[in-house]
Ligand binder design. Structure first.
Ligand SMILES: Cc1ncc(COP(=O)(O)O)c(C=O)c1O
Length: 402
């Protein structure tokens, strides 16, 4: 928006790492009359969603759909499986891992927190070591974020499963996929995850307000003995009602219309193509950042996030002031920074319904904003991203060679 005008012109560049832009198809699917949530039309819609969502988590087990943001699905994972005083192992990958840990404490659990400097993902070896030290096998669950949205670091879930098994430990594995699901390869069943937490407002391209628990047989069995207090979050009532296509309470009908459409869109594109698109856009973003001479917050390539890139600003430059300037002058929003790094970085989200052209627009805008803000950087980051995207489209072999 121009500083002299109150009307933002053109489409806003929503480069936060979710909620993401709603595709017109999803909006149109939701723009439909309310139906009776105890009627046959609803049951058909619900069954379509309940079956469809399994293909996104890659599970044949039930997926519970909550009318709640991701935080609710975090709570559901914990209260359905654990009892007061249970020990849980968590990894401090960043702000969202910290919030989940604080929730565990509030619920009366005893989280043990493996520290990181917030610039890597969860290290399977550190998890294995911690579990091996738990000689009496008292730790009941290992909780990790697949993608730590606050820092742009992805954790290797399959390797974490292997680490738990290598330690011979019976702990359940809980994984938060709120900012990776439907953008990054994820396999609930194959990777032996017990509860996967998901959210609607990122890769699934829906508004905020819906979240998920994908569950394993072991999680369902454990739930029978779990003593934490629960009512709304209880899996039992949900699973019973879902069997006949209904919910125990009024479901978010319009969101379900949107969900069915979002799932259809993902399969039309092909999940592997969705993942390749996110990988490509992430690599293009990192090339832009490096060409600018700025630092990607994630300091180890093996943990790079396909959905969000956090960009460190040079000492003495305030990232919040930069975000404000960019919004005011160029109508673009970035993700904020947190905790010990507050004001030190901004985050470029590149997930959901986004293509190469949108990303290049966002990177070009970022390059303008860096210049206007007087942040020391080299020119040419956007060009580096353009060059990479051309080579990626010309063929993987050429991209690798460059
Ligand atoms: C990885 C992760 N976990 C949990 C949350 C919390 O989800 P919500 O804000 O939908 O409650 C978020 C939100 O962005 C997130 O990115």
């Amino acid at each position: 928006m121009s500083k002299n005008s109150s009307r933002p012109v053109g489409r806003h560049f929503l480069q936060i790492p979710g909620p993401t832009q709603l595709p017109d198809r999803v909006l149109r699917a939701m723009d439909t009359p309310i139906i009776d949530h105890r009627g046959p039309e609803f049951a058909k819609l619900a069954k379509r969603c309940l079956e469809g969502i399994k293909t996104i988590f890659k599970t044949t087990n039930p997926v519970i759909i909550y009318t709640a943001t991701g935080t609710g699905a975090w709570e559901a994972a914990l209260v359905n499986t654990l009892s007061p005083g249970d020990r849980v192992l968590m990894v401090e990958t960043g702000q969202f891992a910290t919030l989940w840990k604080v929730m565990a404490e509030k619920l009366g659990l005893k989280p043990e927190f493996i520290k990181t400097d917030w610039r890597t993902g969860a290290d399977p070896a550190a998890i294995e070591q911690h579990l091996r030290a738990d000689k009496n096998k008292e730790i009941k669950a290992v909780c990790v974020l697949h993608n730590e949205t606050s820092t742009g670091c992805l954790s290797p879930v399959a390797e974490i499963r292997k680490a738990i098994d290598a330690a011979g430990h019976p702990a359940l594995l809980f994984v938060d996929t709120i900012s990776s699901l439907a953008s990054t390869d994820y396999r609930h069943d194959e990777w032996g995850v017990d509860v996967t937490v998901g959210g609607a407002q990122k890769g699934l391209m829906l508004p905020p307000g819906m979240s998920f628990n994908a569950v394993s047989d072991k999680a369902l069995t454990t739930a029978k003995g779990a003593k934490l207090t629960k009512s709304f979050w209880g899996w039992d009532d949900m699973l019973n009602m879902n069997k006949i296509g209904f919910f125990p309470y009024t479901p978010a009908t319009q969101m379900l219309h949107g969900l069915a459409e979002g799932i259809a869109m993902l399969h039309e594109e092909g999940l592997d193509n969705v993942f390749a698109r996110h990988d490509r856009l992430a690599e293009a973003t990192r090339r832009a950042v490096r060409t600018w001479g700025l630092e990607v917050m994630c300091r180890d390539a093996k943990y790079y996030s396909p959905t969000v890139t956090a960009v460190m600003l040079p000492e003495g430059h305030d990232a919040d002031a930069f975000r404000n300037l960019a919004l005011e002058n160029f109508n673009i929003s970035y993700g904020a920074s947190f905790g010990r790094y507050a004001g030190k970085y901004f985050r470029i989200g590149h997930l959901g319904d986004i293509n190469d052209g949108t990303l290049i627009g966002a990177l070009g805008t970022t390059e303008m904003a860096l210049a206007l803000a007087g942040i020391p950087h080299k020119k040419g980051g956007t060009q580096a991203a353009v060059d990479y995207l051309i080579s990626a489209h010309a063929g993987p072999a050429r991209a690798a060679a460059e």
